[in-house]
Write a protein that binds this ligand. Structure first.
Ligand code: PEP
Ligand code: MG
Length: 322
């Protein structure tokens, strides 16, 4: 029955051998938080804050953002709430009046935030003030260099001190994380995972930028392949490096919703998934079928294969046998 299904969904998910796997929600609007607990979600793994732009152009003010984040934080507390800084530009929202020939390779995400400090500072102040309960984490989109991370880190330190000075109160300083969604970030993942509190794998953009395939171009949609060996090997490497450096790692791209990818990702060492809430119950059902040792063997097999076709066949066989 429906009641049984939702009861199972709200139980924590563990592998056959008892390892906990956490599922969080990708959220576009705070209204989606209604009934969140019933979906089995353990918090917000990705809030796409750029949705606060009215008509896609009007920049939301500090106070408006503060109230919005504060409400979201209180609704999910004590569970975590990851706010991704505005990922504007690219295929998302047109902030700039300038027409770019290749917007996905242009002024987007962290690049706009660093160039327009008013937008960034307002958002950071709002987040810092909203973090009274201490469950907010900041996620930076489109990271391609350590310098970008250092810039945000220094700004968070400064604004946190300022907020305390001006208001006498401020919650804990929010933890800082980087989206890993550009191949350059994968190449320097050792350094990145030594300087942030957590990373989140954005497989949608990582696939787009690694394969040079526009994620929204129907002409090349057949080439948009998350099981390409290049993606599979990147994911394995990033997760292993994060673990080595004791950096928390999650995945928030659409790949996390695919049950075929699930045992591979667990086998890489991933324990935190952020997906659309409606997919959580289904994913939890699959988790209990696998032991970590089996998934680790599967992951090692997958990273040796030389085509997406072979990788998918391997994952399909694994699924059929479990
Ligand atoms: C991603 O790129 O995988 C991601 C989660 O972010 P978005 O889809 O918002 O670009
Ligand atoms: Mg992205």
């Amino acid at each position: 029955s429906n009641a049984d299904a939702s009861l199972t969904a709200t139980l924590p998910a563990s592998t056959k051998c008892g390892v906990r796997i956490n599922f969080f929600s990708n959220i576009d609007f705070k209204e989606e938080l209604l009934g969140l607990k019933e979906t089995g979600s353990e918090g917000i793994g990705l809030f796409r804050s750029e949705n606060l732009f009215i008509d896609g152009t009007k920049v939301p003010g500090e106070s408006e953002q503060y109230h919005y984040y504060r409400e979201m934080s209180e609704t999910v507390a004590p569970q975590p709430f990851v706010v991704r800084l505005f990922d504007i530009g690219g295929d998302k929202l047109i902030y700039s009046p300038i027409r770019e020939p290749n917007p996905n390779l242009g002024w987007r995400g962290i690049r706009i935030l660093i160039d327009v400090p008013e937008i960034l500072e307002n958002q950071l102040r709002a987040v810092i003030r909203a973090n009274a309960l201490g469950n907010i984490n900041i996620l930076i989109p489109m990271i391609t260099s350590l310098d970008e991370i250092m810039t945000i880190c220094a700004m968070v330190d400064r604004l946190h001190a300022e907020v305390i000075e001006q208001t006498g109160v401020a919650g804990e300083k929010p933890e800082l994380g980087a989206m890993i969604e550009v191949p350059a970030a994968v190449e320097i993942i050792d350094e990145i995972t030594k300087c942030v509190d957590f990373i989140s794998l954005g497989t949608n953009d990582l696939t787009q930028y690694t394969l040079a395939v526009d994620r929204n171009n129907v002409i090349v949609q057949d080439l948009f392949e998350k099981f390409h060996p290049a993606i599979i090997r990147q994911l394995h490497r990033v997760i292993a490096t994060a673990q080595k450096n004791h950096c928390r790692v999650a995945l928030c791209g659409d790949m996390g919703s695919d049950p075929l990818a699930l045992p591979f990702l667990i086998g890489c060492g991933l324990r935190k998934f952020s997906v659309v809430s409606a997919d959580i119950a289904n994913l939890k059902r699959f988790v209990s079928r696998y032991s970590v040792a089996e998934t680790e063997a599967l992951a090692l097999e997958c990273i040796k294969l030389d085509s997406a076709q072979k990788i998918k066949a391997c994952l399909e066989t694994f699924q059929a046998e479990h």
